[in-house]
Design a protein around this ligand. Structure first.
Ligand code: PGA
Length: 250
């Protein structure tokens, strides 16, 4: 079992590849269950899927979606909540009924119960067919920060200081970035039938090379993907720029 690598020239080609894999899945299985991610990396992929919906009639009417995570304390109407992000970038432009979209509720009065219910909903939907992922500079997947074990499940976590710094670009001030989130676990992600991790830009090169070639360790949560039977990293050339280097120094 090894992570498959698909290196393309540009971020736009990453989006093209990812969108066509998702579209092929939907064509083969119109009621597929998709795992989705927020962050800047998948935005061009969502744009492509919206285009396919508008121009080619790709329908999401029978799809069910689950998102990786949500900030604690932000209402859905907050423009930095992940529910808002998904609505803006994807859901409002396609034909998916809102009740088929699932994102942990960051305002749930009992976060543990919310996390358990989220796992149950994934099970009831029959599991995730394909999960789209990004990766953090510190090797996180979803908000599984360093220290997250490969058997972790959906839970309340504290966001790592380096992630707060990275995400502060979306807020007026770093102090506004929520300190906690609800996130699916590494084990929750590993149960997906297929995983596509997207990364673009030089600043992700180290993160992806350690995920692919480094030791499998909770210190680098994305390294757990090495244990998945069908995981592909779709990278632009910049994000892939340390791959050869890492191979040659193993
Ligand atoms: P990004 O975030 O796509 O905005 O770089 C990815 C992540 O933190 O998982």
């Amino acid at each position: 079992m090894a992570i498959q690598l698909d290196i393309v020239e540009t971020p736009d080609k990453v989006a093209q590849k990812a969108a066509s894999i998702v579209a092929n899945l939907i064509q083969a299985k119109p009621n597929a269950v998709l795992g989705l991610a927020t962050g800047s990396t998948p935005v061009p992929t969502y744009k492509r899927l919206v285009q396919m919906h508008r121009k080619n009639g790709l329908s999401f009417a029978h799809i069910t979606t689950f998102n990786l995570d949500e900030y604690v304390g932000l209402p859905e109407s907050h423009e930095q909540s992940y529910r808002f992000f998904m609505h803006q970038n994807f859901f409002q432009h396609i034909d998916i009924p809102p009740e088929q979209t699932h994102i942990p509720n960051g305002l749930a009065p009992d976060p543990d119960q919310e996390c358990e219910a989220f796992e149950s909903k994934i099970q009831s939907a029959g599991g995730v067919d394909l999960w789209l992922l990004g990766i953090g500079h510190n090797g996180h997947i979803a908000f599984n920060e360093p220290g997250s074990s490969s058997d972790s499940r959906t839970r309340l976590i504290s966001i790592a200081p380096e992630t707060i710094t990275a995400n502060s670009r979306f807020f007026d001030h770093p102090s506004q970035v929520p300190r906690q989130a609800l996130t699916v676990g590494v084990a929750t992600i590993l149960e997906a039938g297929k995983i596509l991790l997207l990364a673009t830009g030089k600043d992700k090169a180290l993160a992806v090379s350690k995920a692919m070639n480094g030791p499998v360790s909770p210190n680098w949560p994305a390294s757990a993907l090495q244990h998945h039977p069908d995981c592909t990293f779709i990278l632009d050339q910049e994000a892939a720029s340390l791959m050869t280097f890492t191979h040659s120094t193993r």
